[in-house]
Design a protein around this ligand. Sequence first.
Ligand code: NAD
Length: 263
Amino acid sequence: MIKVMVSGACGRMGQAVLKAVIEDSELELVGAVDLAGGADAGELVGLGKNGVIVGTDLEAVINASSPEVMVDFTRPDVVYANAVKAIKKGVSPVIGTTGLSDEEKAELAELSKANNTPVFIAPNFAIGAVLMMLMARQAAKYMPEVEIIELHHDKKLDAPSGTALQTAAMISEVRKAHVQGNPEETEKVAGARGADVDGMRIHSVRLPGYVAHQEVIFGGLGQTLTIRHDSLNRESFMPGVCLACKKVRNLEGLVIGLDKIMD
Ligand code: NAD
């Protein structure tokens, strides 16, 4: 049994992770932390009391519960500090929180090596989203004119989504950076053409009702190709999260992307 603690345990994703970890026979929920502490983790997710009380101090929870893995679904502005605290205590972070900067990821990679504590980050834990990204990279070799539309619920803090940025990064591995659209085009309203990553445009939609969705649209002569993925609920991420909890201790350094640990 791998000992797991959950950071951001009372949030939308955190609660889904609590449930998934409790129900996975190879994982043991030993700790939970959230700004809103005090609840019994099992009771919080409707599985009955399990004696794991959600704490409010990350280091105190680590000291009390000796986890091997910390799953983090908190906020873009706190995930880095959480990960640093965990790594320094030899606990492997499995990070789902999006919004880490490239500099922060580089620092986590250094820290991971220095403390001999592997770290795993996935911008998207849903298998279908990983396939969407792999297929988009493949398609971009042949259809390099591409735009991304990502659609999320209106509580999301960061834009573009981590998935959209990861998709763009993977497409950039096979597509030369170049300006798309009319070189003479102007925006009558700032932002109308979306964010610009290597000339690819990314559009972020935020509306109630959505969970996490993305379309990658390729355009060619007389044709378009659309690759779309929809996470319809937060359970879609749980097989990926549990897999990462089981694999992270055997990784080396910082590993990014679910595709790196899928068989
Ligand atoms: P949420 O707001 O519902 O939950 C965040 C929780 O973190 C809250 O309960 C909050 O109290 C808690 N929190 C805030 N600061 C904290 C701290 N310092 N220590 C401990 N807990 C703290 O958000 P959410 O919808 O669950 O999303 C969380 C993150 O996960 C976001 O960054 C989101 O983009 C990301 N996300 C990633 C994936 C993926 O597959 N990688 C999927 C969905 C969401």
